[in-house]
Design a protein around this ligand. Structure first.
Ligand code: FPP
Length: 281
């Protein structure tokens, strides 16, 4: 007879193997549960270059300091009880940057991953990397795979790094997989939100509750196009290297004050008893 511990680790394993079936709720199909602390935060870490330029430093110095802000944000999210944190580290369009900046970012990613993975693991954080990883050199791909495997059983917080990621790429690759699946099984393509979103790169996570963009720009830059349908947006002028636990709590406080209606009216959100009162008046 297996003990509780064995059963628990079996269930954790099952969840990590078949996460989509267990966690997927589309905000346009079902109204999701909402809590004061966002379950999933997605961030565009913008303003590294300007942070450095303001200090007469090379742009890449801003990226280096950006890694410190990543560490502070991961720690703050774990402490706040956020379950998923997704960071846009390199977009499919960032290849258009000067070659030396691109290779600096690649090296920085490798160094940060090598240096931080032990600490992430020790703190119960699961690491996942999403994007078109085939474009990275084999050493980076192996490093990512090892880091993901090492942390696969961790459940405190899932940290996703979007690297060579683009929302349109994601939609296209999910569509391709749907079509391939149909060709393989001989069944017609199932055109439904559920069938489609199971193939998205982040099918293991609920849709983001809160989207943060630092650096003063107000756009989503081809980030999680499908998943941001009902996400609350928070824009701040703070440059990413200056973003810290305090900045995060401001963003979470702003989120806490939002009314998430998902298409309903304010009156429908009132507690049942108040609704009944107002109907009887
Ligand atoms: C945007 O600022 C930032 C990036 C394209 C890179 C972000 C990467 C990091 C913070 C390092 C991440 C490392 C890990 C391990 C996740 P920008 O250069 O566009 O700034 P600007 O708008 O001021 O020019």
């Amino acid at each position: 007879m297996p003990g509780i511990g064995t059963l628990k680790s079996f269930l954790v394993h099952l969840l990590s193997e078949f996460p989509t079936a267990m966690t997927y709720t589309s905000s346009t199909v079902l109204v999701p549960d909402v809590s004061a602390v966002p379950r999933h935060i997605a961030i565009i870490m913008d303003g590294n270059g300007r942070w450095a330029t303001q200090r007469r430093l090379p742009r890449v110095a801003g990226h280096t300091r950006g890694v410190d802000a990543v560490r502070a944000t991961v720690e703050a999210c774990a402490r706040a009880g956020v379950e998923y944190l997704t960071l846009f580290a390199f977009s499919s369009e960032n290849w258009r940057r000067p070659e030396d900046e691109v290779s600096f970012l690649m090296r920085l990613f490798v160094t940060a991953l090598e240096r931080e993975i032990g600490k992430l693991h020790a703190n119960g954080i699961r690491l996942r990397v999403v994007g078109d990883l085939g474009a990275f050199d084999r050493r980076i791909q192996d490093l990512i795979r090892r880091a993901e495997t090492k942390t696969a059983r961790n459940t405190r917080l899932t940290l996703t790094i979007a690297a060579n990621y683009g929302g349109r790429w994601d939609i296209m690759q999910a569509t391709r997989k749907l079509v391939e699946e149909s060709a393989r099984t001989g069944r017609p393509v199932e055109v439904s939100e559920e069938a489609f979103s199971e193939h998205l790169a982040m099918a293991y996570a609920p849709e983001p509750d809160l989207f943060i963009r630092t650096g003063g720009e107000q756009r989503i830059s081809n980030f999680l196009l499908w998943q941001l349908a009902y996400t609350e947006f928070y824009f701040t002028d703070t440059f990413w290297p200056d973003f810290d636990a305090n900045s995060l709590s401001h963003a979470i406080a702003s989120y806490g004050g939002r009314e998430r209606r998902f298409g309903r009216t304010s009156a429908q959100l009132e507690p049942q008893s108040q609704n009944a009162d107002s109907l009887s008046c």
